[in-house]
Design a binder for this molecule. Structure first.
Ligand code: FAD
Length: 261
C-alpha cells in the first residue's frame, strides 16, 4: 500500500521526527511505499494569499473560496500545492505527525491544509441543492483512504482523560479528525498520542516506539472512528442536525457524531 506522511517540527532531531522515522521504517519493512513531506525542511509556505492564485487579475478582490475554485478548475494552483494534492490522491493512507501546540497543530501544518485543501478538491465537492449538501463527512475526493494522527503532547494522559483539565483528547482532536480528515472523505483511525513528551527518557521512548510500530503494522486493519456519514440518513437537510430518530435527542456535542458502540 502507499502511505503519505506529513510532519511538522522545526527540529530535524525532534522527538516527533524520531517517531515519524519509526513509523516510516516499520511501513517500509512491511513492504509499503512511503512518501514523506517534512514541512519545515521543505520551506512550506503556510499563509494563503494572492500568490496562491496566479490567474487572479491584479485589480480583482481576493475572495479565497472563489479564487481557489477557479484555480483548481483551471489547473493554475501553484506547483507546491498541486504536488501535495497528487500525493494525497496517490496515497492509500495519510499520517500527520506533529507536536500538540496550543491544543492543535503547528501553524505550518494548518497552512498545509488551508492551501492544499482547495475548493473543488477538499470542499465544494458534489451536488449542493435543497436535498443534498455535497459530498463530505465520509464522502468526497479522499474517500476510500485512511488517515491517522501521530502526536506528541507535553501534558499527561490523565490531563487529557474524560475529567482531565485540558479536556478529553478525543474532543480536542475532533476538529482535525472530523472537520479536516473525515470532511473530504478519509476514514479516520484512532490517534497515536505520546503524552509527557518533554520528559521522555530512553526507556519510555523504546516503549512508545514499540507501541507505534504495532499501530503501523495494523494501519489497514484498525477500525476507523465510527463517525456518522452526512449522507447516511442520520442528518436532516438543510439544517444538518441529527434527526431525533437517528440519535437520542439528549445526546449533544462532539460524541453525538459517532455511532454508538
Ligand atoms: P522534543 O522537544 O524534540 O523532545 C522531547 C524530549 O524527548 C526531549 O527530552 C528528548 O531528549 C526526548 N527524547 C527521547 N528520545 C528521543 C529520541 N529518540 N529523539 C528525540 N528526542 C527524544 N503540550 C500540551 O500538552 N498541550 C499544548 O497545548 C501544548 N502547547 C504547546 C505550544 C507550544 C508553542 C510549544 C512549544 C509546546 C506546547 N506543548 C503543549 C508541549 C509540546 O506538545 C511538547 O513540547 C512536544 O509535544 C514535544 O515533542 P517534540 O517533538 O517537540 O519533542
Amino acid at each position: 500500500m502507499k502511505i503519505l506522511v506529513i510532519s511538522a517540527h522545526p527540529e530535524p532531531a525532534s522527538l516527533i521526527h524520531a517517531l515519524r522515522d519509526v513509523a516510516v521504517t516499520t511501513l517500509h519493512a512491511d513492504g509499503h511505499e512511503v512518501r514523506v513531506t517534512d514541512l519545515y525542511a521543505a520551506g512550506w509556505k503556510s499563509a494563503v494569499d494572492r500568490a496562491d492564485f496566479p490567474g487572479l487579475p491584479d485589480d480583482a478582490r481576493l475572495h479565497v473560496p472563489a479564487a481557489s475554485a477557479e484555480a483548481f478548475a483551471a489547473g493554475t494552483l501553484t506547483p507546491d500545492v498541486v504536488a501535495q494534492q497528487a500525493d494525497l490522491l496517490w496515497a492509500d493512507a495519510l499520517i500527520l505527525a506533529f507536536p500538540l501546540w496550543w491544543f492543535s497543530m503547528p501553524a505550518i501544518l494548518k497552512g498545509w491544509i488551508d492551501r492544499v485543501y482547495a475548493f473543488g478538491f477538499a470542499y465544494g465537492v458534489g451536488e449542493h441543492s435543497e436535498t443534498r449538501w455535497g459530498d463530505r463527512y465520509g464522502e468526497g475526493t479522499l474517500a476510500g483512504r485512511r488517515a491517522m494522527l501521530v502526536v506528541t503532547a507535553g501534558g499527561w494522559a490523565s490531563h487529557y482523560g474524560p475529567r482531565g483539565i485540558n479536556g478529553p483528547i478525543d474532543d480536542l482532536l475532533f476538529p482535525i479528525h472530523h472537520g479536516v480528515l473525515f470532511y473530504p472523505g478519509l476514514d479516520v483511525l484512532p490517534p497515536f498520542v505520546a503524552y509527557r513528551a518533554d520528559r521522555m527518557d530512553d526507556a519510555t521512548f523504546a516503549a512508545t516506539a514499540e507501541a507505534l510500530r504495532k499501530r503501523m503494522r495494523t494501519l489497514f486493519e484498525t477500525a476507523p472512528i465510527p463517525f456518522r456519514r452526512q449522507n447516511g440518513g442520520d442528518y436532516a437537510i438543510p439544517s444538518m442536525e441529527l434527526r431525533p430518530d437517528a440519535a437520542d435527542p439528549h445526546l449533544t456535542g462532539f460524541s453525538a457524531h459517532r455511532l454508538p458502540a
